[in-house]
Design a protein around this ligand. Structure first.
Ligand SMILES: *Cc1c(COP(=O)(O)O)cnc(C)c1O
Length: 341
């Protein structure tokens, strides 16, 4: 069986066990998981969905795929996740859902957001694509909304080449997603609605099953690397370390520092310096979504989301992945310390 078969089922069952969710539906990508999840939560044409402008484009595009309207709300300064206060200001009588993103490996501010959703009768789709294994109050990512989307893309904390999982505790949502990934079929050659070919292959699932066995080891190494980096980089003027919110287990998909005006030199200069020392670094994300032509068409403009705009100019992600050695981590710390001297 090369297409969706027993290995996919095995991955889904293992995923339910790991995350502590009732249902998991494997799909071709995290994007497909968000698309299927939003559809299953009832998003249709003209519906407004609120999300962060400081994320990967795949968080927002599925809203457009369903004919909905992308409504951005600014992020909070500390953890770069969407700010519940800003979300509140964007709620209208057309708002149907919120997509908070567990950015960089840390779960969003769940308590305030879910109270808000309850008050206004909104659905929450948790974009957990960067956060498999993250926890808040002992509960794992995947449990903080009506449904959650995970990605198994090559660079995520665990991967299957390409792949995605939709996790939910709602049987009807799960059933909807299973139809959505398989041409809207309720039974073989019975089509009840529009669907897609979003089936994961057993080839990918076989990789995913083995990766999932190692997720705690991989995340443990990322957390350890992040701790070493934060210890080594503390006290540098103008360098803001990643903030771990109370009661959170951050799994450091990215280790992201912020360089304020007080930092010696520009971000681009530091990146070039690190590169000259054979140290890679990246900017996630160099431009918030609302400043791309694709979304400016919707009427957004510079100045709309000041924290996201400022963050995009100041953030810098350093290597934190599970294969780094302690001596490599020390090289990164020493290089930055040498740079600021
Ligand atoms: C990776 C990612 C996605 C999309 O996942 P794919 O598997 O690449 O389609 C969506 N949202 C966020 C925040 C991501 O990091």
């Amino acid at each position: 069986m090369l297409a969706q078969g027993p290995k996919v089922k095995e991955l889904e069952e293992a995923f339910c066990q790991f995350c502590g969710v009732k249902y998991a539906v494997a799909l071709t990508s995290g994007t497909a998981a968000i698309h299927a999840g939003l559809s299953a939560l009832g998003i249709r044409e003209e519906d407004e969905v609120i999300t962060s402008p400081f994320t990967f484009v795949a968080t927002a595009n599925p809203i457009l795929m369903l004919g909905g309207k992308v409504v951005f709300a600014d992020i909070a300064e500390g953890d770069y996740n969407i700010d519940p206060q800003k979300v509140k200001e964007k709620i209208t009588n057309k708002t149907k859902a919120i997509i908070p993103v567990d950015l960089y490996g840390q779960i969003f501010n769940y308590q305030i957001m879910n109270a808000l959703a309850k008050e206004h009768n909104l659905k929450i789709l948790e974009d957990a694509c960067q956060s498999i294994g993250a926890e808040q109050n002992g509960l794992k990512a995947g449990n903080f909304g009506d449904a959650a989307a995970f990605s198994l893309y090559a660079t995520k904390n665990i991967m299957s080449g390409e792949g995605g999982i939709l996790a939910t505790n709602d049987e009807e949502v799960a059933e909807n997603c299973r139809r959505f990934r398989h041409h809207g079929q309720s039974a073989q050659y019975e089509y009840v609605e529009l669907g897609y070919n979003y089936r994961m292959t057993d080839l990918c699932a076989a990789i995913g099953v083995e990766q999932l066995k190692k997720v705690d080891i991989f995340n443990g190494r990322r957390i350890k690397n992040a701790g070493l980096l934060s210890a080594g980089l503390s006290g540098i003027k103008g360098l803001v370390l990643p903030k771990i919110n109370q009661n959170n287990k951050h799994v450091f998909h990215q280790y992201t520092i912020r360089l304020t005006d007080e930092f010696k030199g520009s971000r681009e200069e530091l990146m070039a310096y690190l590169k000259s020392k054979d140290i890679g670094s990246g900017v996630y994300y160099p431009k918030p979504l609302h400043l791309h032509p694709h979304f400016m068409k919707l009427g957004y403009k510079a100045g709309d989301f000041p924290i996201a705009e400022k963050s995009s100019k100041q953030v810098l992600s350093l290597p934190v992945h599970a294969s780094l050695s302690e001596s490599e981590i020390n090289q990164i710390i020493q290089a930055i310390q040498a740079y600021v001297k």
